[in-house]
Design a protein around this ligand. Structure first.
Ligand code: GUN
Ligand code: FE
Length: 421
């Protein structure tokens, strides 16, 4: 058993922060047993790890990130989605046929996630099986949680990123055999890149694979207007983009997360609700690729689950704390245009990043009893030179802080030290 003492801040509900000044969290086998303002009698006398005047908060979850786009982070944001993919993204991802290159870059990528306090992520790799294994092994070595998808593509892609359906299924099955163990922190996820990259045969085969092994699914949905028009041409029988996935068993038949959903409304929104499909909201990517502004308030009102994603390298920033800020700022611009849609509050956006996102991994993202102890210890003394209140300290950390203030990181109870590069 471990007992940690600090100023504990988390969001059991979106409406407000739960704050326990000088509180205790009791952890057993990686699972939170309880949080207390005074330690229960039967635990008094137990050793306590005292973090002093520091903040203890749930760790961050990145619900959509492309590990092999790491080298392109912060460059090449002068095009919209489809030409951006062809000009910058596909050439870079092609390099991951080289496992030496993949290992070098993936090591740096995992270290960067660690640096930013992201203990769980939902990742796209590339079509390459061996490189995907390298990424999964690096997460395992680090002790960080991840769903990692071998990406599947067999049309409208360069030859270097085109595979046959048979190869895709064989490679997925290899990864499933090796990594799909219950309780493992690093697990496979079925990953058709998006409808334009996959033929109906590929989509069908992937839907069957997801069902057979009861695996989650991730992809992209309604990100960009040209993309949506293209999908309508490619899938004339589908009522909307989401319906195209649904018809192949890739839209909520198993747990599903879709990135962007910028233009999702009407029937597609109904479909997301009905099939319990989660949104990975990627505000910086949607800004950089001029994709648009996803209506998170509407998703919340409708009861659609939402998490935040960095979407490197459409997004330029790997920090989920900064995604919280961008999500709030974008919601404020939307509020300017429609005052009936209140902007996101800080506690709502924090809840989205932690407890709401975390449900994709199980019981993750809160310090309620039974949750995995995924946590960050924040030493904000250099931001707290004027004795701010605890809520203001967290707000300042989210807006002004960075990795330099993260002094401890835990994933499922285990302290995670800096991964080697
Ligand atoms: N749609 C299909 N592939 C991608 C990608 O790599 N990034 C983004 N943002 N959207 C996509
Ligand atoms: Fe993406």
């Amino acid at each position: 058993m471990n007992i940690y003492k600090a100023h504990i801040v988390f969001t059991p509900q979106p409406q407000r922060f739960e704050i326990i000044e000088n509180g205790y969290v009791v952890v057993e086998n990686g699972i939170v047993q309880g949080v207390y303002s005074t330690l229960p009698k039967e635990l008094s006398g137990m050793p306590v790890v005292d973090f002093g005047d520091r903040l203890l908060i749930p760790a961050m979850n990145d619900m959509h990130v492309h590990a092999p786009q790491f080298r392109n982070q912060g460059i090449a944001m002068d095009l919209e989605l489809l030409p951006w993919l062809n000009s910058y993204t596909f050439p870079e991802e092609s390099r991951y046929s080289d496992t030496k290159y993949a290992e070098r870059m993936y090591r740096r990528f995992v270290r960067e996630l660690w640096r930013h306090g992201t203990m769980r992520s939902v990742c796209f790799a590339t079509i390459h099986c061996e490189s995907t294994r390298i990424l999964m092994n690096l997460f395992k070595e680090a002790g960080m949680g991840a769903f990692v998808g071998k990406v599947d593509m067999n049309r409208n892609s360069p030859e270097s990123l085109t595979e046959t359906v048979a190869d895709a299924i064989r490679d997925n099955e290899c990864l499933i055999a090796e990594y799909n163990s219950p309780g493992s922190l690093v697990r496979p996820i079925i990953t058709p890149r998006f409808i334009p990259s996959c033929t109906p045969e590929m989509l069908q085969a992937l839907g069957e694979l997801a069902r057979r092994y009861q695996l989650p699914v991730q992809s992209h949905l309604s990100e960009n207007c040209d993309e949506i028009a293209w999908v309508a041409e490619l899938e004339p029988e589908s009522r909307n983009y989401g319906d195209a996935y649904l018809r192949y068993g890739l839209f909520g038949q198993t747990p599903t997360i879709m990135a962007h959903c910028v233009w999702t409304a009407g029937e597609e929104l109904e479909l997301m609700k009905r099939h319990d499909v989660m949104v990975a909201h990627c505000p910086t990517s949607n800004l950089n690729l001029s994709s648009g502004m996803a209506t998170i308030r509407t998703f919340l009102n409708e009861g659609v689950k939402v998490g935040l994603g960095s979407d490197i390298s459409g997004g330029h920033d790997l920090s989920i704390f900064k995604m919280i800020v961008y999500a709030i700022q974008i919601s404020k611009m939307q509020y300017c245009q429609d005052k009936s849609k209140p902007f996101l509050t800080l506690s709502e956006a924090f809840w989205i990043a932690t407890k709401s996102a975390g449900q994709f991994f199980g019981k993750v993202g809160s310090f309620e009893e039974g949750y995995d102890f995924d946590a960050l210890v924040i030493d904000d003394k250099e931001l707290n030179h004027d004795n701010y209140s605890l809520p203001h300290r967290l707000e300042r950390y989210i807006y002004l802080g960075d990795d330099r203030q993260i002094v401890h990181r835990f994933c499922k109870g285990k302290e995670i030290t800096e991964p080697e590069v």
